[in-house]
Ligand binder design. Structure first.
Ligand code: ZN
Length: 349
């Protein structure tokens, strides 16, 4: 990634300077769209500049687009920049407020205009969801502050605007108000939003209130990720597996490949595949025969993973009972523990 010129901005409240980095290039494999409207690039992409920043000097939040640009500092590869004021180069890099800081800023943003309020509410929402983006199995229950924020955001979104209507439906879904969300999603919309609306409706039907990855060209995106998961570079395989995991049940055609990856020579890949299968669902019939074999793997982490997943495989794991009983004598306590748990859950079927 090649750095572009740094833009020097002045805080509208105290005048202190902050630096906003720009980038000349990046390599993108594609874009990830999230159900809450956030977009991310897959690949070596620079971070997008923030829309709202919190001044490091006076702690006020302001919209970057409305701040005064004082000057630019050329990137180092460009040679020495004689135009630049030394104070510019010393300015700290702009910082986006955290979820908590957004809530604090919202207390007086109402006086500063509706645009800032909406931006802060959206950002607080995305910041809160970021935790669930990286841990899709995490607890999606909203905190009291988050609920208040989502309820206020819902009143700011315009139902007559198609994009706002979809966002509002998503806010309601994450609040667990599935009927109201479905009502909004049922209103006629253009082809551009139809795919997203269908996916949000599916999530409502499943009673899912977590932020999820959307796929606008469903099969195509999943297909590209499956191909990426088969490559040799560990990092791109892991990125693809994580992305499939975030797509969840819509990535069901990835199940056979992920089941194959449970046998991978790299433990990290096998564990990522395990997590992805649990997010996608409907894997147990295909995985159970593979898992029985993995109980004999020479790596104790893999044997433990196999026992753990067999415990989640329901009736498909019944043929594994003798192998699980043998695993009760495993040299690793980790494997013994999961074998014991798996046998206990099988006994309850
Ligand atoms: Zn300031």
């Amino acid at each position: 990634m090649l750095r572009g010129p740094d833009e020097i901005m002045a805080c509208p409240y105290c005048g202190s300077l902050a630096m906003c980095r720009t980038w000349m290039s990046g390599t993108s494999f594609g874009e990830i769209a999230w159900s809450d409207g956030k977009h991310e690039h897959v690949g070596m992409m620079p971070p997008s500049p923030p829309t709202v920043v919190r001044c490091r000097q006076c702690a006020q939040c302001y919209l970057l687009a409305e701040a005064r640009k004082v000057g630019t500092v050329a990137p180092r590869w460009f040679g020495e920049d004689r135009q630049a004021d030394p104070a510019w180069a010393a300015a700290p890099v702009v910082k986006e407020p955290t979820e908590e800081e957004c809530y604090q800023a919202l207390q007086d943003s109402l006086r500063k205009g509706p645009q800032l309020e909406r931006t802060l509410r959206m950002l607080a929402w995305w910041r809160r969801n970021d935790g669930l983006r990286s841990h899709p199995a995490g607890d999606a229950t909203a905190s009291a502050a988050c609920r208040r924020n989502l309820e206020a955001l819902a009143t700011l979104l315009d139902e007559d605007d198609e994009s706002d209507r979809l966002l509002k439906a998503e806010v309601l879904r994450e609040l667990g108000e599935f009927e109201a969300a479905r009502g909004l999603l049922g209103r006629a919309g253009s082809a551009l939003y139809r795919g997203a609306a269908r996916q949000l409706r599916d999530l409502c039907d499943r009673g899912d209130r977590s932020v999820r990855q959307l796929s606008f060209e469903e099969s195509q995106d999943v297909g590209a990720l499956i191909e990426m998961a088969k490559r040799t570079c560990t990092q791109s395989r892991l990125s693809a597996i994580w992305a499939l995991s975030r797509i969840g049940p819509h990535a069901r055609e990835a199940v056979p490949v992920l089941v194959g990856l449970l046998r991978d020579s790299e433990v990290e890949v096998a564990f990522a595949a395990q997590d992805a299968l649990c997010e996608i669902g409907n894997w147990a019939d295909q995985a159970a025969p593979v898992l029985v074999k993995l109980l004999g793997d020479k790596r104790y982490m893999v044997r433990g993973m196999a026992a753990k997943l067999l415990g989640k495989s329901g009736p498909h794991a019944k043929p594994a009972i003798p192998a699980l009983q043998r695993a009760l004598e495993d040299e690793s306590c980790y494997v013994r523990m999961y074998a014991e748990r798996a046998l206990r859950s099988l006994a309850q079927l």
